[in-house]
Design a protein around this ligand. Structure first.
Ligand code: OKP
Ligand code: ZN
Length: 333
């Protein structure tokens, strides 16, 4: 058990964002796995092992989102949100790199290249509020010198400077990292199942990115990492298909070596529980069991920097709280 309480920020508006259908694997799609309940399940697990100081965040992170993302991309989301009717969900239909003079309805296809991230009238405010939770966790690190958690929803690591997709609109982890990098040395470590190509794009010398993920060519986002922009400051490591807890831990420890060598003040941890063996959205199996998150938490607890934990994926509703509880039991310091 941690001796002190840990501040935990929950975006107040996330539950109004309810994507209905996930067409990532094509028509007719599946019930969307990125549901509001995820936040409750993770919170339940963390609260079973930590003394959490839950704070609901009602702010919208306009300013920091404008710093990170392009103006025309944000303007598109604003205009679209104003136009959407109650209950309506938007998915682009044409995908080109420049649709800037096409009708608003089609313009989404220049900022998104997949069909798994439906946008409703409530999505923009939920995403801004999610980023605000990350903002608050970063501020808590600076002000209290203690670790903090943001249960961001929607998630953020697939969102690039002018790009949404993979259930993400704004890059919550980089919102936090940019705040922290103003006052100390900061990096982002991503342990979600998926490579965060948005985070890789946003990485820089002052905010390098480290990620351990399933092979991104064979799994979402289905990219050849050699083709990624911004990869000069991204350290990307894949786990083999079928990897188990010990194989995962071995690779995590190896990835932590260059992170430690940076002598950081702050670390943003993009934490996804979709590495659990029971997660429904894996293509290549990663076989982590709830108990494996204990060792993951312990490995991270040994790091020197203060850590802002930002939630990314994790879609097995029945398994989430167990994984989160073991993680929290391990991440005690
Ligand atoms: C968001 B996050 C694979 C379907 C993939 C998109 C996954 C988005 C993941 N058959 N659908 O957890 O990184
Ligand atoms: Zn993921």
């Amino acid at each position: 058990m941690r001796t002190d309480s840990i501040p935990l920020f929950v975006p107040a508006l996330h539950a109004q964002h309810q994507p209905r259908r996930d067409l990532s694997d094509g028509y007719p799609g599946v019930d969307h796995p990125e549901v509001p309940d995820r936040v409750d399940r993770v919170l339940e697990g963390l609260a079973a092992a930590w003394d959490v100081d839950v704070q609901t965040v009602a702010d919208l992170a306009w300013e920091n989102v404008r710093r990170l993302h392009d103006a025309d991309y944000i303007r598109f989301l604003v205009e679209l949100s104003e136009r959407l009717h109650e209950g309506e969900q938007y998915i682009p239909a044409i995908f080109h790199s420049d649709l800037s003079v096409a009708p608003l309805r089609l313009r989404g296809g220049m900022y998104c290249k997949e069909t798994g991230t439906p946008i409703s009238a409530a999505t923009l405010s939920a995403a801004l509020c999610s980023a605000a939770a990350a903002e608050r966790a970063a501020q808590a690190l600076i002000e209290t010198g203690r670790d903090a958690v943001a249960l961001c929803r929607p998630p953020g690591h697939h969102a690039g400077r002018r790009r949404y997709g993979g259930y993400c609109l704004f890059n919550n982890a980089y919102v936090a990292a940019e705040i922290l990098a103003r006052v100390g040395r900061c990096a982002v470590l991503d342990l979600d199942y998926h490579l965060g190509e948005g985070s890789a794009e946003l990485s820089s010398e002052r905010t390098p990115y480290f990620s351990l993920h399933a092979d991104p060519w064979r799994n979402y986002p289905y990219l050849d990492v050699g083709m990624l922009p911004g990869s000069a400051f991204a350290t990307l490591e894949s786990v083999p298909s079928g990897v188990d807890g010990s194989g995962y831990l071995e690779r995590l420890r190896r990835l932590l070596e260059p992170v430690e060598a940076l002598d950081l003040d702050f670390l943003v941890l993009s934490l996804g529980f979709d590495t659990a063996a029971t997660d429904p959205i894996q293509d290549d199996p990663v076989r982590l069991h709830p108990q494996d998150y204990l060792a993951i938490g312990q490995a991270l607890a040994r790091l020197r920097p203060r850590i802002a934990i930002v939630l990314e994926g994790g879609y097995d509703l029945d398994g989430l709280s167990g994984c989160a509880r073991y993680f929290a039991a391990g991440f005690c310091r």
